[in-house]
Design a protein around this ligand. Structure first.
Ligand code: GLU
Length: 334
C-alpha cells in the first residue's frame, strides 16, 4: 500500500455530470494504479444550491459507473467547526485578521482602485487595525469576516503541475482573501485546504478551471503548517463544435441522460477515459480493470478534446456486442 491519497470533491448542486464523472474517473484510476486511497467528499457548504437529491444522484451514478471510493463520503456541512477552529488559529498566530469592512466599503474601494488602475484586490485596510480597535468592534458585535494575511514577502508562488509543468503566480495579485465569512461559513479555498490537510491528501487532481485557485490554496497549506500536495490540472471536455466547455446547450450532460439513451456504464467510462488520456498502443477500447493497471497521468492530454457522439455510440456498440444475450436482456430491463 502506498501513501497516495486523492479525493473527488463534488458539489451537490446538480445531477452527476459527465465532467464530474470524468474527474472522478482519473482520480480513481490514479489511486488504483498507485495502490492508494480514493476519498469522496461532498462540498455542500452552499446551502441554497446544495440538495440531498443531487448528492444521492451523484453517489448512485458513481456506483453505477463502478467508481467506488475507499473513504467517505464526508460532508463539509458536517465539518463547519473545523473550519472555524482553523481560522481562529490563524488569527491567533497572526496569519489572518478580522475584517469589518461592509459590502458598501468594499464596493467603494473597488471602484476607487479601478480608477487608479490598481489590482482589484482588497486594500488591506483592516490588516492594520490595533488590538484595541479589533476588540472594541468585536465587543460591539460588528460583523467580522476573517481574512488571510498574504505574507508581504511571498513573491512568486510556483508549483510543478504534473501535467502542465511549472506554473507561477504573483502573490501581489492575490491579495488578502476572505477565508471565513461573518456568518461563520468558510470560503471554498479554505474549506478545501483544511479538509485536504485533515484527509492527508497527497495529490490534488482536477480540471484546469481550478488552476487559478491553486496558488491561493498553496499559501493556505503553508500557513497551516502542512505539506503542500502535488497538483495536476487537465483540460475540460469541450462541446462538439469546440466552443466552450461541454454544456447543456446542445448535448445531454448528465450520466442519467446517457443511461436513459441506452449507454452502458462500461462504455461511458471507456469513452470518458479516451477523451482525456491516450491509451497505450493507440487502443480505443479498454475496460476499467485494464485501465487501473495501465493508467499514466503523464499521458493525459494537454489540449482539450471535444465531445463526439458518433465515437461515443461506436464505443457503446462495441460493448453491447460483447454482452451475452442473457446479459443484454437483463440490461434492457433496467
Ligand atoms: N467542489 C469543487 C468543484 O465541484 C471541487 C474542487 C476541487 O477539486 O478542489 O469544482
Amino acid at each position: 500500500m502506498s501513501n497516495v491519497r486523492v479525493r473527488m470533491a463534488p458539489s451537490p448542486t446538480g445531477n452527476l455530470h459527465l465532467g464530474t464523472a470524468y474527474t472522478t474517473l482519473f482520480n480513481y484510476l490514479f489511486a488504483k494504479k498507485n495502490q492508494g486511497k480514493f476519498i469522496l467528499r461532498i462540498e455542500d457548504t452552499d446551502k441554497e444550491r446544495s440538495k440531498i437529491e443531487f448528492e444521492e444522484n451523484i453517489l448512485n451514478g458513481l456506483k453505477w459507473l463502478g467508481l467506488i471510493w475507499d473513504e467517505g463520503p464526508f460532508r463539509q456541512s458536517e465539518r463547519l467547526e473545523n473550519y472555524q477552529k482553523e481560522a481562529q488559529k490563524l488569527v491567533a498566530e497572526g496569519k489572518a485578521y478580522h475584517c469589518f469592512c461592509t459590502k458598501e466599503d468594499l464596493d467603494k474601494e473597488r471602484e476607487d482602485r479601478q480608477e487608479l488602475n490598481l489590482p482589484l484586490v482588497y486594500s488591506g485596510k483592516c490588516r492594520h487595525l490595533s488590538t484595541e480597535d479589533i476588540k472594541t468592534n468585536l465587543d460591539m458585535g460588528k460583523p467580522a469576516a476573517i481574512r488571510f494575511k498574504m505574507p508581504e514577502d511571498r513573491g512568486v508562488i510556483s508549483f510543478e503541475d504534473l501535467i502542465h509543468g511549472k506554473i507561477s503566480f504573483d502573490s501581489l495579485l492575490l491579495g488578502d482573501m476572505v477565508i471565513l465569512r461573518s456568518n461563520q461559513m468558510p470560503l471554498y479555498n479554505f474549506s478545501v485546504v483544511v479538509d485536504d490537510v485533515d484527509m492527508q491528501i497527497t495529490h490534488v487532481l482536477r480540471g484546469d478551471d481550478h488552476l487559478s485557485n491553486t496558488p491561493k490554496q498553496i499559501v493556505l497549506f503553508e500557513a497551516l503548517g502542512a505539506k503542500v500536495p502535488e497538483f495536476a490540472h487537465w483540460p475540460s471536455i469541450l462541446n462538439p463544435d469546440r466552443i466552450g466547455k461541454l454544456s447543456k446547450r446542445n448535448n445531454a450532460t448528465s450520466i442519467d441522460d446517457y443511461k436513459k439513451l441506452g449507454f452502458l456504464s462500461e462504455a461511458i467510462v471507456n469513452y470518458l477515459a479516451l477523451l482525456g488520456w491516450t491509451f497505450p498502443e493507440e487502443k480505443e477500447i479498454m475496460s476499467l480493470t485494464e485501465m487501473e493497471k495501465e493508467f499514466d497521468l503523464k499521458k493525459m492530454r494537454l489540449s482539450p478534446a471535444a465531445f463526439n457522439m458518433e465515437k461515443f455510440e461506436w464505443i457503446n456498440g462495441e460493448y453491447i456486442r460483447k454482452l451475452s444475450e442473457e446479459e443484454l436482456l437483463k440490461r434492457l430491463q433496467v
